[in-house]
Design a protein around this ligand. Structure first.
Ligand SMILES: [Zn+2]
Length: 384
């Protein structure tokens, strides 16, 4: 056994914790680029907190999923305003954008030089500008991951800028920030969090540290996602989902993912669909296909047992079998009214290109069993 575990320098979790942002930021710089989502109103508390701690700021709102040019624009803003730290407040898009800007502030060259798959995949050499991550959704876990997922519209894929140097100085996780998330976003981000607990748990790079995080995260997501969806103001449920998201981020970043994320990369690169919605639509079908492939080609391997164990935590029944876990996820996806892939404009004619690209995705390499192009196509067919 060999494993390694790295994460944000500090993780601070708790209701109201986000109000400490200014006091934390003042140790890292004097002028912050504040990266947010489209709605900057929600950032007022953060801007006030920075100002009252003597930290100046420049606002950089983003829309939609981050692309390479989003990072380039943010970088230009940060350089033009002499920012020496980056604070992101938002969902995975704002967090990943800020993380990438912080990396490019100190490393020379273009973003593309450092991107996996489509770029030079050069290693970052310089320590990025200090980065503070404050998530407002409970889904991506991006506050503790070492990569930023960026779309490249000309290549029609999403790829990562990745380096252990990119880990945040502070991950400030405040579940109260998620209480205003509408049900649809609670569902898609929550199911992304669930996927990011299941995939690392069954993946071929799972390790004892990430296993512990996955089990605890699965328990909490299983008991609280439905409640957070139907009763947004339920604080214990929001707290559970914030823990689940954080633990998913810790797990995926230190173990790996699987076919859901392997397919989600090319789909998200080709269609303007939020990442969480794609993962939600794929999850039950990937689970079922992995089980079928494992029974055919690796019936005595550890992964089948992993799926059974995941089913215990999901269903709360220690007698549950692997298929019960799939059934449970299928019912959840229906209850949370997750749209099918076809509703986003994805059609059968797109499958060959998506499958070819998915086979090369970094997440696919950790799937517990190598899936054939036919099996990946069947998953898309079922999720359509
Ligand atoms: Zn994800």
């Amino acid at each position: 056994m060999r494993f390694e575990f790295a994460t944000a320098t500090r993780i601070i979790f708790g209701a109201g914790a986000a109000r400490e942002a200014g006091a934390l930021a003042k140790d890292f710089g004097r002028r912050a680029l504040v990266v947010t989502g489209r709605n900057t109103e929600r950032a007022h508390f953060l801007l006030d907190s920075l100002r009252s701690n003597g930290v100046d700021w420049v606002l950089f709102p983003t829309t939609g999923e981050p692309a390479i040019d989003t990072v380039e624009q943010g970088l230009a803003a940060a350089e033009g305003e002499n920012c020496d730290l980056v604070v992101s407040l938002g969902g995975g898009s704002a967090l990943d954008t800020g993380k990438a800007i912080a990396a490019m502030l100190t490393n020379s060259g273009d973003v593309l030089d450092y991107l996996e798959v489509i770029g030079g995949a050069k290693a970052l050499t310089e320590t990025p500008a200090p980065f503070i991550a404050i998530p407002t959704t409970a889904g991506t876990g991006s506050e503790v991951t070492r990569n930023a997922v960026l779309a490249s519209p000309p290549h029609r894929v999403k790829v990562s800028l990745r380096s252990p140097l990119m880990l945040a100085k502070v991950a400030l996780v405040d579940p109260e920030l998620t209480c205003v998330l509408p049900p649809e976003l609670t569902a898609s981000t929550g199911l992304d969090a669930l996927t990011q607990l299941i995939e690392p748990f069954v993946c071929n790079r799972a390790n004892p540290m990430t296993d512990g995080l996955c089990v605890e995260g699965l328990r909490r997501a299983a008991r609280s996602l439905r409640i957070a969806f139907s009763k947004g103001q339920d604080k214990p449920a929001r707290e559970d989902m914030a823990v689940a998201s954080l633990f998913g981020g810790l797990a995926l970043s230190n173990a790996g993912l699987g076919a859901v994320h392997g397919l989600a990369g090319p789909i998200g690169g080709s269609f303007p669909v939020p990442h969480g919605a794609i993962c939600a639509a794929l999850l039950p079908h990937v689970m079922a296909m992995n089980l079928r492939a494992l029974r055919q080609r690796d019936p005595h391997g550890a992964a089948l047992y992993r799926y059974e164990e995941a089913a215990w935590w999901l269903t709360g029944d220690s007698q549950a079998k692997a298929d019960d876990g799939v059934k449970w996820v299928r019912a959840l996806v229906l209850d949370l009214r997750v749209p099918r892939l076809g509703s986003f404009g994805i059609q059968r004619e797109h499958f060959p290109d998506l499958v070819t690209k998915a086979a090369n995705a970094s997440s696919m390499k950790a799937n517990p069993i190598a899936l054939t192009p036919e099996e990946l196509t069947e998953i898309l067919e079922q999720a359509l």
